[in-house]
Design a protein around this ligand. Structure first.
Ligand SMILES: Cc1cc2nc3c(=O)[nH]c(=O)nc-3n(C[C@H](O)[C@H](O)[C@H](O)COP(=O)(O)OP(=O)(O)OC[C@H]3O[C@@H](n4cnc5c(N)ncnc54)[C@H](O)[C@@H]3O)c2cc1C
Length: 355
């Protein structure tokens, strides 16, 4: 069986981002790489959005950028400017096409469908296939989004809606998220933060229909695309092994309070590329511990006080937008962290901390 210098398990966002980063920095000229990916074809299946707080390789896959966003409850709306750190949406279809086209040009890169097709004896493995503990009862961010097209000009495409809490909460945390790509098309998502143990929260199609028709007052539209997912907001079990690094969601690149993962994957890929010659001895790359600590408290508050969460999210945005964006993107300094902590309702957070 063929042996490779490197093997990437899972050719999704993290696997392809890493392979692409290595390739464009000429790290695969004299090394071989196998990418193991079972899917039969790549198609647009996700929209990766984030505030652009660092450089990444996929500006040409950005479908749309926004310099303004809102967050609202039924009684309050906050308008927030993010001119310096725009919110971007990367379209997965464009990302897959760009990365795979580039990678296929290198004769040292091989694609396989099954792990049994390659020898794993003398290779360094980058693994993006998560292993879930069936006993885990952490919180998930689960959602369905539909891209709709209207007949008339409907959306203000200069401003996106990050969170609209003016909807049923059902003893959980629920919001809608709207990304208007132009005046006639938008991605609209229904998002829940819950333990995913209540199937009644998953009537996503009805929720979306009801929201579009009654809250957004749009009656004539067609659905062009649907995406659905669940992001674990808890640490995944990962066994440290010699000759193996976990990447992507499996590698702890998801920010636990928000689900944002894409830019962390890009930062992790850069870190691996810089250290590839010494990869056997390199220290584990992690999202900073302070964020794990603060996110853990945040998620405890979320579990024990779901009804307060819309107000807590709104309060967070009382801090200067740059502070909040950098905090949510794990790029904040001490003073920015402090401004977020001070904007939180102290009584609830202290109660949860002391429990
Ligand atoms: C629908 C959706 C929308 C998201 N939107 C955002 C967003 O807006 N912003 C953000 O920052 N994050 C977002 N995320 C979170 C995160 O960025 C994505 O999940 C991202 O795709 C994670 O990359 P990954 O490589 O870890 O996982 P994936 O992209 O899922 O890649 C894992 C790959 O492993 C393959 N695989 C599975 N089993 C095996 C096996 N046994 N052997 C080999 N390969 C296998 C899969 O087919 C897949 O291609 C979203 C997640 C989802 C599901």
């Amino acid at each position: 069986m063929k042996e490779f210098d490197y093997t990437i398990l899972g050719g999704g966002c993290a696997g392809l981002s890493l392979a692409y980063e290595l390739e464009i920095h000429n790290k695969l000229k004299e090394k071989t790489l196998a990418i193991i990916e079972p899917r039969l074809e790549y198609r647009k299946d996700k929209t990766w959005s984030f505030w652009k707080t660092t450089k990444h390789n996929f500006d040409d896959c950005v479908k749309k950028s926004w310099k303004n966003f809102t967050i609202n409850t039924s009684t309050k709306t906050k308008f927030i400017k993010c001119t310096k750190l725009p919110y971007q949406s990367v379209e997965s279809g464009l990302f897959y096409k760009k990365t795979i086209t580039t990678l296929k040009k290198n004769k040292n890169i091989f694609f396989y469908k099954n792990i049994s097709d390659v020898s794993l004896n003398n290779t360094f493995i980058f693994n993006s296939v998560p292993s879930l503990d069936p006993k885990e009862d952490g919180v998930w961010q689960h959602f369905m989004g539909i891209e709709i097209e209207t007949t008339k000009n409907t959306f203000d495409d200069e401003i996106m809606n990050l969170m609209d809490f003016d909807c049923e909460q059902r003893d959980s945390v629920h919001f809608f998220y709207t990304l208007p790509y132009n005046k006639k098309t938008a991605l609209i998502e229904t998002t829940w933060l819950s333990k995913m143990n209540d199937n009644s929260l998953m009537d996503y199609e009805n929720q979306l229909k009801n929201y579009i028709e009654n809250n957004l007052n749009i009656k004539n539209y067609k659905i062009n695309h649907t995406e659905q997912g669940a992001i674990p907001l808890f640490k995944l079990s990962s066994v440290n092994k010699k000759n193996r690094i976990n990447i992507g969601t499996a590698g702890g690149m998801t920010r636990l309070s928000t689900g944002y993962t894409f830019l962390n994957i890009q930062d992790h890929s850069k870190f691996i590329r810089k250290n590839i010659e010494n990869i056997h001895n390199v220290k584990k790359y992690e999202i900073k511990k302070k964020y794990h600590f603060l996110d853990k408290i945040f998620l405890k508050v979320l579990k024990s006080h779901p009804k307060n969460m819309p107000d807590i999210f709104l309060k967070m945005f009382n801090s200067p937008p740059e502070n909040v964006i950098k905090f949510l993107s794990n790029k904040s300094n001490f003073f920015q962290d402090l401004s977020i902590i001070l904007s939180m309702p102290k009584f609830i957070f202290l109660k949860v901390l002391l429990k």
